[in-house]
Write a protein that binds this ligand. Structure first.
Ligand code: PEP
Ligand code: MG
Length: 522
């Protein structure tokens, strides 16, 4: 089933006969859209609910409504055209901000089209009602559309655009819908029926008369909540969180703790640095479900794809290679010191067993610099992320100066392959099964064994139940992932012995490409 492309631009004529009455139609139309998105959020839950609530807030933004009203009363535009133009103004601002903000352009345009459809009295764009289970084919899907998909009706999702770490891909994964993104030429292709393998990314023509089947038959996944292999080798199964909602979802899914709390997600819209007291309260709310359990709080990872207004560096020619992550703190250590103070306070308030780690660390010297500050703030355990190839190559020396490391495979892949993780055109290179990436991870596993210190994985790689076996076999001691993947990864480990994990790891390492690496694990 093909998902319709967005609505076109509404006409700027005829001018309304009664501009005041025309302007008065805008606010109620936005409220209808807000109501629909909030209703969807109620049935969605978890990360999907958070995204739908954010999208609903965009639809109800009073600034959007008042700008559109002014365009009707001042320039005599029809209401649909006015909302279109006002939303475009916001989209241009977000696109100019770049990185993570630019990703929201898709969301604001989705909101715009929903309001325009409401004002014109036509069907909203996006996913059609599906009478029977179908494969959805789309140019790209808005996060709000993806979050609202019914996994019992959508057998698979295939898109021409988007990257593997885009919201669409992450949400489809969270819903358990096989998804293949960045399929060039997809929309030029006519097919009556398709067979889609979300693991390998292979799409084939299928016989339209054959019975429709979903290969990954779903049922409740049985897991006892203890991360260990079939023969009792411990590999902790932890949650990735960025908000109190995520933390609750991770706890509900049975996560043994948190392996990555992305603190910057609390401040993406903050115009100024939050005070220590504000930070302490925000972190305490996220840590609350994990009283007595281990939580790794990551200090602000600002810059490149996640700019924070109060930490923006000077304009840089290559922001992904610029002053981002921990580098922001070298010139302004007081920012990280205030954050560490807030984290220490939140640890006390929540009763969680808190460790801290720094993002984007390149050398043992940087790691030591951070660990010293964390300890001075009274935080017992300090670690760093391994997401720059240089850090993987120096894992042994880094582990000598910190208490643990955690591998961010999303950025480690991006920097290893020189391939922007947001870009559909280079998505193949950012495949976490790439043997070259696995070899860097293996170095970190060896360093962990040699030093007897923990080393986890908290990038998307950890959310793949079969790749989790390889990571365990490479010597990683914890895996951290979105809430939806927790049980599947826990169950996968529980069904496999340590010796088999090691066998899979050796077999995957010895391959030359991701497809061979996947089949090596069977
Ligand atoms: C990573 O890079 O893999 C990671 C976990 O950090 P983020 O996705 O927040 O950059
Ligand atoms: Mg990262």
């Amino acid at each position: 089933m093909r998902v319709a492309d967005p609505l076109g631009e509404p006409a700027s004529t005829p001018a309304p006969a009664d501009p005041a009455a025309e302007a008065a139609r805008i606010a109620p139309a936005t409220q209808v859209v807000v109501g629909r998105l909030e209703a969807l959020a109620e049935t969605a839950g978890g990360e999907a609910a958070t995204i739908l609530i954010t999208t609903a807030a965009m639809a109800g933004d009073p600034a959007l409504v008042s700008q559109a009203e002014q365009l009707v009363t001042g320039e005599h535009l029809p209401a649909a055209r006015a909302i279109y133009q006002a939303a475009e103004g916001f989209a241009t601002m977000l696109a100019a901000a770049g990185g993570y903000m630019a990703e929201r352009v898709r969301d604001i345009r989705d909101v715009r089209d929903r309001i325009v459809a409401e004002l014109l009295g036509v069907e909203p764009p996006g996913v059609p009602e599906l009478a029977s289970p179908s494969v959805l084919v789309a140019r790209d899907l808005a996060p709000a559309d993806t979050a609202g998909l019914d996994p019992s009706k959508v057998l698979a999702l295939v898109t021409e655009e988007g990257g593997p770490t885009s919201h669409t891909a992450i949400l489809a994964r969270a819903l358990g819908i096989p998804a293949v993104v960045a399929v060039k030429g997809l929309l030029d292709f006519e097919a009556e029926a398709l067979a889609v393998d979300g693991d390998t990314g292979v799409i084939e023509l299928a016989d339209p008369s054959a019975p429709v089947v979903a290969a990954a038959a779903t049922g409740p996944i049985m897991w006892n909540g203890v991360g260990e292999t079939a023969d009792g080798h411990r590999v902790k199964v932890l949650g990735n969180v960025g908000s109190a909602t995520d933390a609750q979802a991770a706890a509900d899914a049975g996560a043994e703790g948190v392996g990555l709390f992305r603190t910057e997600f609390c401040y993406l819209d903050a115009p100024t640095e939050p005070t220590v007291a504000e930070q302490r309260a925000a972190y305490t709310a996220v840590l609350a479900p994990f009283r007595g359990k281990p939580v790794i709080v990551r200090t602000l990872d600002a810059g490149a794809d996640k700019p924070l207004a109060f930490l923006s560096p000077e304009a840089e020619p290559n922001p992904a290679l610029g002053v981002r992550g921990l580098r922001v703190a070298f010139d302004r250590p007081e920012i990280v010191d205030r954050q560490l103070e807030a984290i220490a306070g939140a640890a006390e308030d929540s009763g969680a067993e808190v460790s801290v780690m720094a993002p984007m660390v390149a050398t043992p010297e940087e790691a030591a610099w951070f660990a010293e500050r964390a300890r001075a703030a009274g935080i017992a355990r300090a670690g760093v992320m391994i997401e720059i190839p240089a850090a993987a190559l120096a894992a042994r020396e880094i582990l000598d100066v910190v208490d643990f490391v955690s591998i961010g495979t999303n950025d480690l892949a991006q920097y290893t392959f020189a391939a922007d993780r947001q870009l559909g055109a280079v998505a193949k290179l950012n495949d976490p099964w790439q043997p070259a990436l696995l070899r860097l991870i293996a170095l970190v596993g060896e360093a962990a064994k040699a030093t007897g210190k923990p080393a986890g994985v908290c990038g998307e790689a950890a959310a793949d139940p079969r790749l989790a076996l390889v990571l365990a076999g490479l010597g990683l001691t914890s895996l951290s992932m979105n809430a939806a993947a927790v049980r599947a990864v826990g169950a996968s480990l529980a069904a496999t012995t340590r010796a088999d994990c090691e066998k899979f790891a050796a077999a995957a390492l010895a391959t030359a490409d991701p497809i061979a690496a996947r089949s090596a694990v069977g």
